[in-house]
Ligand binder design. Structure first.
Ligand code: BES
Ligand code: ZN
Length: 667
């Protein structure tokens, strides 16, 4: 479509180190870049690229030239077509030029999207979808022959349809829903799946405001504030409008549609879910939403998004929760009838500050989102449930999960670092507990170093300073050092100087272990000790007064025994504590891991059944790995049986875990 010369010229046009994003990179680095026109910024250091002309790699998971153009506003005019199982329509990107007519093309990310036409400032344009490369997809190049003056906004209107290879969407038939009455669909864009919905600058380093104009025969939920007055009846369908006036990164774009009912659960909150699930969901959440919001606001500053609602999805939702603004998307496994799993909601709410307002600029610094969120989640829950012992109990669980993840990877593995190189890496492959818990332990170590009173002043400063922006680990470091360089903190100088930033950011393996208040965990360990004796006779009263999380800590300790339980012991454990019948998927899954380690074949079918009931990857992936070890045939059969039940992201990950090709052959 285009001559080669055009593309080459355009590619290099973005490289001027004076572009605004290069400037912000400059301020992030500890030293100025080498004296070279072209340079690359990676993991805190400048790499000169004097001969090879490359863009600064601040986010290796985007092919877009967002240094030269930045999306400021996005309008999504999309029709949800349940028959063809696709989204179709137009998306309009308003992109601000960052160079003075130097860039002659806009490059967007895309993945398996059908683009029908692209207009530039309302006129037909010259564009091309380039060949796909993994993991980042197929860049769409749009010619801007005249370029644009710095600050000028150009309008790119893309006519498109999603395809059956779209990784962001799951489409459920009526039969796959609980009331069997209507189909259902939902999106999951984090980390790099937004590009499978429409071409965009799919990087957390770019934030845009949004208008959603979505047509569907069923109720629509989106990551914006509903504009109900503008809902229009279009015969069989309705047009649903939402606005997101706070700029958000593409991974927070979200849609869902189906038979969705809603009920109030707080002053600023409602829960949305299928009509059959509404009552239980309302009961589970209504006592705590306001408390969570108020606690979070005390720790950081007032909630900036208006409403905070929860959409409880069908069981194939692949995560516990997803912090889509205005509507957190959540797994139905949190509706367990005992309010034992709503810590997920405290977590997703906390993202309203850490992640959604203040965002890691790439998936290499994902800990800034998740580590900070774990910290805020634990602060919120501790403030509601009684203080330090609760906080430490949860931190102990986190430490345990971190130890396990690092053991599984091997302690020298790149993915055990706080800052993980993503060059050539799909963020879904690098995803693990590490950024959550290593991130949490780093933030908590800073809190303890400077003292809670001082750290509490830093929190609103940090979130205020970076609101509506994205940052990397070094910008976080600079902000911390800048705050604590104020004269009133001069007595902290020595302590601050002792922080091993490089070690914290780039060392593999476990960080220094903190001292925990183990008071709430000790009872769990004591019970576990008793189970080391083959003569121990359990009774339901052993755990009757415990929280679900205490039972989990106990089960994890048992799972860690040098010797597995005998089959008889494992069965006695399940019976005495009602584990295989539990409605709490966390407990059930933890028990099944013990049973599989004990080679209790009578439990395997229960594992397979659970794998047909939940699609949350946190459970599905480890359970499949466990089942695969003890009964590969059943694991493969179970996967084939439930292939369509799982979300495409989950399906792909399990395929990798089981070594199964798409065609279903084992390899
Ligand atoms: N943002 C994550 C989910 C996510 C991460 C989706 C990376 C895709 C890529 C969400 O906030 C999360 O952390 N969910 C957890 C909740 C838990 C830590 C309470 C989950 O799904 O288990
Ligand atoms: Zn999270």
């Amino acid at each position: 479509m285009w001559g080669r010369g055009f593309l080459q010229r355009a590619r290099f046009a973005q490289l001027s180190p004076s572009s605004s994003s290069s400037r912000s990179l400059l301020s992030a680095a500890s030293a100025a870049p080498p004296n070279s026109l072209y340079f690359q910024y990676q993991r805190g250091r400048w790499f000169g690229c004097s001969t090879e002309k490359m863009a600064p790699v601040r986010d290796p998971n985007t092919l877009s030239n967002y240094d030269a153009w930045r999306t400021r506003h996005t309008t999504a005019n999309l029709k949800i077509d349940f028959t063809a199982k696709c989204l179709r329509g137009s998306v309009i990107l308003e992109l601000e030029s960052q160079t003075d007519k130097a860039s002659k093309e806009i490059i967007l990310d895309s993945s398996y999207v059908t683009v029908n036409s692209i207009k530039l400032n309302s006129a037909p344009s010259s564009w091309e979808t380039k060949a796909r490369t993994e993991p980042n997809g197929s860049p769409v190049h749009i010619a801007v022959p005249e370029g644009a003056a710095k600050g000028e906004v150009v309008n790119v209107e893309i006519e498109l349809a999603t395809t059956d290879k779209c990784t962001a969407l799951q489409w459920l038939t009526p039969a796959q829903t609980s009331d069997k009455a209507a189909p259902f669909m939902f999106s999951q864009c984090q980390a790099i799946h937004a590009r499978s919905l429409f071409p965009c600058q799919d990087t957390p380093d770019v934030k845009s405001t949004y208008d959603f104009n979505i047509t569907s025969p069923y109720v629509v939920v989106a990551s914006g504030v509903p504009v109900p007055d503008e809902t229009k009846d279009l015969g069989e369908e309705k047009l649903y409008k939402f606005q997101q006036k706070v700029p958000i990164p593409s991974y927070l774009f979200a849609l869902s549609s189906g038979e969705i009912a809603s009920a109030p659960v707080g002053k600023r909150s409602c829960v949305c879910t299928g009509p059959n699930e509404l009552k239980a969901s309302q009961w589970e959440l209504e006592g705590d939403m306001d408390k969570f919001l108020e606690a979070a606001e005390k720790i950081v500053f007032p909630y900036r998004w208006g409403e905070y609602n929860v959409l409880v999805l069908p069981p194939s939702f692949p995560y516990g929760g997803m912090e889509n603004p205005i509507f957190t998307f959540a797994t139905p496994t949190i509706i367990s009838g005992d309010k034992q799993n709503i810590d997920v909601i405290a977590h997703e709410l906390a993202h309203s500050w850490s992640g959604n307002l203040v965002t890691s600029c790439s998936w290499e610094h994902f800990w800034l989102n998740e580590g900070w969120t774990m910290y805020l989640e634990r602060r919120i829950l501790a403030s509601i449930h009684g203080g330090d012992a609760h906080f430490d109990f949860s931190a102990i669980r986190g430490w345990k999960a971190l130890e396990e993840a690092i053991k599984e990877y091997g302690e020298d593995h790149e993915f055990t670092k706080l800052c993980i190189s993503h060059k050539g890496i799909d963020p879904d492959d690098a995803f693990s507990t590490v950024p959550y818990e290593k991130g949490f332990h780093f933030v908590w170590s800073l809190d303890r170093l400077v003292g809670r009173e001082n750290f509490d002043k830093f929190i609103p400063y940090y979130f205020g300073k970076w609101s509506n922006k994205s940052l990397d680990s070094y910008e976080f470091k600079d902000t911390f050092l800048e705050f604590f360089s104020a004269p009133e903190y001069s007595d902290l100088k020595g302590k601050i100087a002792s922080i091993d930033w490089e070690g914290r950011f780039h060392s593999t393996g476990l960080p220094p272990k903190p001292e925990f208040d183990t008071s709430l965990a000790d009872v769990c360990y004591e019970l576990a000790e008793k189970w080391k004796s083959k003569d121990f006779i359990p009774s339901p009263s052993d755990v009757a007064l415990w929280t679900g999380n205490q039972v989990l800590v106990f089960l994890n300790a048992v799972q860690d025994f040098e010797e597995p339980l005998t089959v008889e012991q494992s069965q006695a454990l399940g019976k005495a504590y009602g584990l295989s019948e539990s409605k709490n998927a966390e407990l059930k899954a933890a028990y099944y891991h013990i049973a599989m380690r004990s080679k209790d074949a009578s439990a395997y079918q229960g594992v397979a059944d659970l794998l047909g009931e939940v699609g949350r990857m946190k459970f599905v992936r480890p359970l499949f790995r466990g089942l695969n070890k003890v009964d590969r045939e059943l694991a493969l059969k179970t996967f084939e049986k439930n292939r369509e039940f799982y979300h495409p992201i989950c399906r792909q990950m399990v395929e990798k875990d089981l070594g199964v090709s798409e065609a279903g052959n084992s390899s």
